[in-house]
Design a binder for this molecule. Structure first.
Ligand code: IPE
Ligand code: IPE
Ligand code: MG
Length: 243
């Protein structure tokens, strides 16, 4: 039943994103350490990416690690680092099979050269020109840092006369941001909290936002499809009078 529904969803051109929250609470609930929660979270990513490709989404952007997450315990960060390397190792062949283009964004250099190298290799291996799905992973990402960096770059380009002040538009601003999407259509946050936690701030202007209490490691393809269906049934008005 779920399978049949899934194949009938057509979300071509739609950019979706997920704040994958709740790994720590899931681990606590199951009397496991936090790294086991993150590990379970990676398994869920694999299934959701497959569903996103079947639903024909243009892109799926996943919030994996925020600028604020650097203040977590060293041990947790080391666990996440190891997990990034092992997840890339195990999942890239599947992504290649599915023609999914992988792209990391954010400042992840502090994870170390081994992580940076693994990411570069994974991006090269999946650099399809016309991918079935664009999978963007936000790692060491913060919406505010993105906006501030873009503003600095714009200021510098104006100074060097590569850009004139009059040319600054919404479209141009998107080009200066590091996040590889422009308008975000749908954002899902798992884990029960109703906040943005410094994700794609500039991109969220007209995004449909859905919150679910499900902890990320418990999130299923079925629930994801329900979110996508609810999104397809929403009338988006963009400030216009439609009655
Ligand atoms: C989200 O899960 C993953 C990261 C932020 C890396 P959390 O680790 O924040 O899980 P909770 O919110 O503590 O349950
Ligand atoms: C948001 O979750 C970041 C990611 C899911 C990567 P957090 O757990 O860091 O957010 P807060 O602390 O609850 O706002
Ligand atoms: Mg959290």
């Amino acid at each position: 039943m779920a399978e049949k529904k899934q194949s009938s969803l057509n979300l071509q051109g739609i950019n979706a994103a997920i704040i994958m929250d709740g790994n720590g609470r899931w681990a606590k609930k199951n009397a496991l350490n936090v790294t086991s929660g993150h590990e379970k979270g990676v398994d869920v990513v694999r299934k959701i990416v497959e569903s996103a490709a079947k639903a024909q989404l243009e892109s799926l952007s996943l919030y994996a690690f925020s600028t604020e997450n650097w203040s977590r315990p060293k041990k947790e960060i080391l666990g996440i680092k190891k997990l990034i390397i092992s997840a890339i190792d195990s999942q890239v062949p599947e992504l290649v099979n599915q023609e999914v283009r992988l792209n990391f964004f954010g400042d992840y250099s502090s994870f170390g050269d081994d992580v940076v190298g693994a990411i570069e290799e994974a991006e090269r291996a999946t650099a399809f020109e016309d991918p079935r799905l664009k999978l963007n992973i936000a790692l060491g990402y913060g919406g505010r840092a993105d906006i501030i960096e873009a503003t600095k770059l714009i200021a510098s380009d104006i100074k060097s006369r590569k850009l004139s002040e009059e040319d600054i538009s919404n479209e141009i601003f998107f080009r200066y941001l590091k996040a590889p999407i422009s308008e975000l259509d749908l954002l899902i946050r798992t884990g029960g909290d109703h906040r943005i936690s410094n994700f794609l701030l500039y991109h969220l202007a007209y995004t449909e936002i859905q919150f679910t209490n499900t902890l990320w490691p418990d999130f299923t393809e079925e629930e994801f499809i329900k979110c996508l269906e609810a999104f397809s049934n929403t009338e988006r008005r963009f400030g216009k009078r439609t009655l």
